[in-house]
Design a binder for this molecule. Structure first.
Ligand SMILES: [Zn+2]
Length: 130
């Protein structure tokens, strides 16, 4: 869908922002809650650190906030304005959507935040392989 080399490719496929080949998370499924936040220390393909500095991912909370607001607005528009639900069913739907998508948003926020600081390098994967 999104070609390799664009930040969206890395974000949507949970790949290292430097080489777009290595996986960032140990467990590819975010819904295995025990391993939800476990990341490789370095990219298994190019060796790029997945946490550039201590407590790096505190900043990802702001990304998570932005994603959550966007999700809430979208859910509200669909439930209240398109479907026509009243207030409490809408609140319930918002809560359900947040709980169901929580682990996915957590990872999405981290990868998005990491993509702010690490740029794609098409030679990164081949540098360490050779
Ligand atoms: Zn990499």
């Amino acid at each position: 869908m999104f070609s390799k080399g664009t930040p969206l490719f890395s974000i949507l496929r949970s790949k290292c922002p430097k080489c777009h080949e290595g996986d960032l998370f140990l467990d590819p499924n975010p819904y295995h809650l025990k391993n939800m936040d476990k990341m490789h220390v370095n990219c298994p393909v190019c060796g790029e650190p997945t946490e550039p500095e201590p407590n790096f991912y505190y900043g990802a909370m702001y990304v998570s906030y932005a994603y959550t607001v966007a999700l809430f607005v979208a859910t509200y528009v669909v439930s209240a304005l398109v479907i026509g639900l009243t207030m409490w069913p809408t609140v319930g739907l918002l809560a359900a959507v947040l709980i169901v998508l929580g682990p996915y948003l957590f990872r999405l926020s981290r990868i998005t935040y990491l993509n702010f600081f690490v740029r794609y390098d098409k030679k990164a994967a081949s540098k360490t392989k050779s």
